[in-house]
Design a protein around this ligand. Sequence first.
Ligand SMILES: [Zn+2]
Length: 244
Amino acid sequence: MCQNHSSSPDDTSHLPRRNFLKLVGAAAFGLSFADRALAAEPALPRPQNAITPDAALARLIKGNERYVAGVAKRQDFSTDRQAMTTAQNPFAGVLSCADSRVAPEYTFDAGRGDLFVCRVAGNFAEPSSIANFEYGLAVLGVPLILVLGHQNCGAVSSTISAVKEGTEFPGHIPTLIDAIRPAVETSMKESGDLLDNSIKNNVLRNVEALKTASPLLDKAVKAGTLRIVGGIYDLDTGEVKILS
Ligand SMILES: [Zn+2]
């Protein structure tokens, strides 16, 4: 089972809570007492990842600024490969669209072991992604979750087509449409560009969905150990605008 962090070189105020969550998580995932004892004194493969929610968001923004400016860090995967064979401590969770043009590790100039990512076309929260982020919080101690929409999202555009023109899609694609449909219907009552508004409303709606659908996440948000925010990726510039 994955392990968590217990100390930070720059901010330790939040860590007792995170260790508590980790133990709760370990129990929830059926670990033995021996496993949990091991979890209480974890390996720390990336000490720089044990940071507060606000510091995690600032780090994402800084990484995106490097990506936009074309000065991304060189990633040396060999230096911490061994340290991460038995543990991980990502500093942010990302609920991203599956769109091949939106790659969270590139977007935030992040390394292996930094981001706990779920991707689905339309970046919406559903039971398995909610469970993933509960795991990210309770077991891995992730302090931040970002719901990341993007400019010209094909899933949202297809949903608009389905809602306005009755376009039908084959296979299981309608499950995507149904998940995004409420954001489109809300946006149809607003002025401005329907696609842009739908993308934005879909992100905001799923930020709230993560908070309200999971008592575990909601409790951590209210305790200040977790932030859930939304953002939009601009395909033209690579910039991510934080919405909330
Ligand atoms: Zn998309």
